[in-house]
Ligand binder design. Structure first.
Ligand code: MG
Length: 464
């Protein structure tokens, strides 16, 4: 055999091997979920904020898909996170309650052991998995990420305003915060490594951990769940971002998160992983309006965190995967609930068949090959359905203010809005559209017919 022939054969073998490796890698893309806390629909440049600068997110949106009707699973932290990670409405696993709205440091409950999380489904497909940031699905050891499919955890296990120090009951501690007011722990895996966590550098440190994880797992596939503690109050940012935004403190915080997104995407680009990694950016619920200037903005949407008007659950959402995603703006419905089924479809995992799932595979929309399979959305407050969206129509059967001691209002007939014509939910069109209400009643009845409520995980607390 001539040298030339051997060289050609070797070259062919190398090409075949490389093609095989690329094909194998493309079979199982890396998946990164960047999840903010209490970010409003109107808080990003790409979603119309006039003074908050988010160049990295704006670029991400331009290169990927910007979703304008994308919903969190609930309007407060714990149920919303349970919905994302299980692909099931939190009512099914007891991660919502009429007694307490979220888990607290004295809670005894958490994500039930028999729930299957995205991390577990992907781990079974050979993914390396990490949770970095806020958890809030139970802080006792059995509920922590490392016992729920994540190889690694680094973060504050619940909200950053918890574990209040003695004599810090006044609201001013939230709006003029100091590290020592909030004795929240920072965990690495299951060990407390800092308490109180220095929150001024928390966004930066979450980012450094995320970048480190990506670099160390670049041979893939990997699943990274990067759940920022910000911009949930109390607001903190690191020194380079102090007093830099025209939007004030809240703007500083968002601009640091934007920097963080830039770090993650740049790492993926630099490591040659951009064309094999799906990145989703969204938030757990809308802005916490009672904190006024220190809360975010839902933009043109009505209401905010804690409520069932659009501002409580519709989130500024971006999907990014250069070369695989058809760039554009998507006005069809999607939800954090759908990330589970989408991740299964992309990774080759099969969806569980032993339980009711509330998750739809959005990959046809991402690839530009088909419409969104999501046709409805349920808006739970605690353990009750307050509103239902079907197609463009949304019916509110009950409404209630978000925080404080709000009064419940029952609506019969329900309030009806066409969200495509009236995203601000200003004009009740119930009288002229009885058939739309009828269709929504049927959707709700079908939901209730099959609903098995999970045991309330949020009500239990340590006896004092
Ligand atoms: Mg939240």
């Amino acid at each position: 055999m001539t040298d030339q022939r051997i060289f050609t054969l070797l070259a062919c073998a190398l090409v075949a091997l490389t093609t095989c490796m690329v094909a194998q890698a493309a079979d199982k893309p890396n998946i990164v979920v960047i999840f903010c806390d209490d970010l409003g629909y109107g808080d990003l440049g790409a979603f119309g904020h006039p003074t908050i600068q988010t160049p990295n997110l704006d670029r991400m949106a331009a290169e990927g898909q910007k979703w304008t009707s994308f919903y969190a699973a609930a309007s407060v932290c714990t149920p919303s996170r349970a919905g994302l990670l299980t692909g099931r409405l939190p009512i099914r696993n007891g991660m919502c309650s009429d007694k307490r709205r979220v888990l607290f440091p004295d809670s005894t409950g958490g994500i039930p052991e028999n729930e299957l999380l995205i991390s577990e489904a992907l781990k079974a497909q050979g993914y390396a998995t990490a949770a970095i940031g806020k958890w809030h699905l139970g802080h006792l050891p059995q509920y922590l990420p490392t016992n729920n499919g994540f190889d690694y955890y680094y973060g504050i296990p619940y909200s950053n305003d918890m574990d209040r120090a003695p004599n810090t009951k006044q609201i001013k501690v939230f709006v003029d915060p100091k590290i020592e007011y909030f004795e929240v722990p920072l965990l690495r895996n299951e060990e407390i490594i800092e308490r109180p966590a220095d929150q001024t550098t928390i966004t930066r440190r979450y980012t450094e951990e995320a970048v480190q994880f990506i670099k160390s797992k670049k041979d893939g596939p990997f699943f990274l769940y990067l759940a920022h503690s910000m911009p949930h109050i109390p607001l903190f940012r690191s020194p380079p971002f102090e007093n830099t935004s025209r939007r004030g403190l809240y703007g500083d915080v968002i601009e640091e998160i934007d920097w963080s997104v830039g770090q993650v995407l740049d790492t993926l680009r630099d490591e040659g992983l951009a064309d094999n990694t799906l990145v989703v950016f969204t938030s757990d619920n809308g802005p916490w309006l009672i904190f006024k200037e220190q809360g975010g903005s839902a933009g043109l949407l009505r209401g905010g965190k804690g409520g069932t008007f659009e501002g409580g659950m519709r989130e500024p959402t971006i999907f990014w995967w250069p070369g695989a995603i058809a760039p554009g703006v998507v006005a069809e419905m999607g939800s954090t609930l759908d990330i589970f089924a989408t991740a299964c479809a992309l990774s080759g995992a099969t969806m569980p068949t032993d339980r009711i799932m509330d998750s739809h595979d959005l990959s046809p929309v991402l690839r530009g090959t088909g419409p969104s399979p999501r046709e409805d959305m349920f808006y739970y407050r605690g353990a009750q359905v307050f509103a239902v969206r079907r197609g463009p129509f949304k019916a509110h059967f009950q409404t209630k203010g978000e925080y404080g001691s709000p009064k419940l209002a029952v609506h019969e007939p329900p309030l009806l809005y066409n969200l495509e014509h009236d995203p601000s939910e200003k004009y009740n069109i119930a009288e002229a559209n009885p058939e739309a209400i009828e269709a929504i009643r049927k959707t709700l009845a079908a939901h209730n017919d099959t609903l098995v409520r999970g045991k309330d995980q949020l009500a239990g607390r340590i006896a004092k």
